[in-house]
Design a protein around this ligand. Structure first.
Ligand code: PLP
Length: 370
């Protein structure tokens, strides 16, 4: 069915692209692939994105929060799921009950998770996070052996993994990443010598997966690249990856305005001549930023957004496409007849990164899958 019959604006996600992107990564590494589907799969929809990634050969899912993992379990996913972020102590039992892998970096968390495991008569699956230089979450490298030993000797807990996260793997200069990798390797070696190396050691995000094979260890954590988006301007996807998401709408009204007419709040734009103005049902509440300089595609041509972006709507200057009519498709992000607006272009315009562009598309914009 034509989505325009049903929705004024919608996001289309090509799941075959996600599946393909994971396959591309599988061809690059012998490590397992964790599909990182936090933040509703970077705005693509967590469950469908995860299912597509699993079809492409991913064996793990990674999320930031307990609720995200529970959503995947409710959706029927039985694969291992790592909650990458911190779990509130009051929710540990739920995590154990859902067979989630839990990130720990402090003795109190280990004790509490193990207690939850004993209570439920099943082992809490723990992964030790080491801060090798991101300065975000994790134990100090010199604490790792002590914590690993604590997990191993505590009944109700199992040491399943050890991991770290890179701060600058998407940059051309490798100095920081090399330093982090060296620090992390020392931790891995220390655990190995103490007979404590867990089965799953991991460090690489998308950027490191693409550019630093030495960082792959047993598993790579694939986020942005799985959605077909470049990790950065310096770390671009090789050929063969494709973006999965496009954001579309239909023109809700087209009108011919006389010269000197103000458009939208504040009349920040005033028509110079008789101008064709179209209204599109997309606003800042949908994640379309309230900044000057936005563009959209109509009939494969770029047209400017004029006047202020409203909460739910925006106006387009349609002089370049005199034939444009109500109901006509508008592309905010994606391809149309050989022209394209990429997430990277929007990110540049909005002073952010492509990650924030797709994560920021509002929940009220329906996701359609094809
Ligand atoms: C979000 C996240 C990832 C994925 O990062 P990408 O740059 O999107 O590949 C990997 N690991 C951790 C710990 C994360 O928080």
């Amino acid at each position: 069915m034509d989505p325009r019959e049903q929705h004024a604006t919608w996001v289309e996600v090509e799941l075959a692209a996600i599946e393909n992107n994971v396959r591309q990564v599988r061809a690059l590494t012998s490590a397992q692939v964790m599909a990182v589907v936090k933040a509703d799969g970077y705005g693509h929809g967590a469950l469908p994105a995860a299912q597509a990634a699993l079809r492409g050969g991913a064996t793990w899912c990674g999320v930031a929060r307990l609720e995200e993992a529970q959503e995947l379990r409710r959706g029927g996913l039985q694969c291992p799921i790592l909650v990458l972020g911190p779990l509130p102590p009051g929710r540990l039992a739920e995590a154990v009950a859902a067979s989630l892998s839990i990130t720990v970096f402090e003795p109190e968390q280990i004790a509490a998770a193990a207690a939850a495991g004993r209570e439920l008569h099943r082992e809490a699956r723990l992964q030790l996070k080491v801060d090798s230089g991101m300065s975000r979450l994790g134990a100090r490298p010199e604490e790792a052996i002590g914590l690993a030993r604590l997990v191993v000797k505590t009944e109700g807990a199992r040491l399943e993994g050890l991991f770290t996260h890179f701060a600058r793997a998407d940059e051309a200069d490798r100095t920081t990443t090399d330093q982090q990798l060296k620090t992390f390797n020392q931790v891995v070696d220390g655990l190995q010598q103490a007979g404590l190396r867990p089965p799953l050691v991991h460090a690489a995000n998308s950027a490191a997966t693409l550019s630093l094979a030495r960082s792959h260890f047993d598993l790579v954590r694939l986020g942005i690249a799985m959605y077909g988006l470049h990790p950065s301007a310096h770390c671009r996807l090789p050929d063969g990856f494709r973006p999965a998401l496009s954001w579309r709408a239909q023109l809700s009204q087209v009108k011919l305005l006389p010269p000197g007419r103000g458009v939208s709040y504040g009349h920040a734009y005033v028509t110079q001549a008789e101008e064709r103005i179209g209204t599109v049902p997309v606003g800042y509440a949908d994640g379309f930023r309230r900044l000057a300089g936005n563009q959209a595609l109509v009939r494969g041509l770029r047209v400017p957004v004029v006047g202020r972006v409203c909460m739910d709507q925006s106006m387009l200057q349609l002089d370049a496409v005199p034939g444009a009519r109500e109901g006509e498709e508008v592309v905010l992000l994606g391809h149309q007849l050989g022209e394209a607006i990429h997430a990277e272009e929007l990110a540049e315009r909005w002073g952010t990164i492509n990650y924030e562009v797709t994560c920021g598309i509002g929940r009220r914009v329906p996701r359609l899958y094809g």
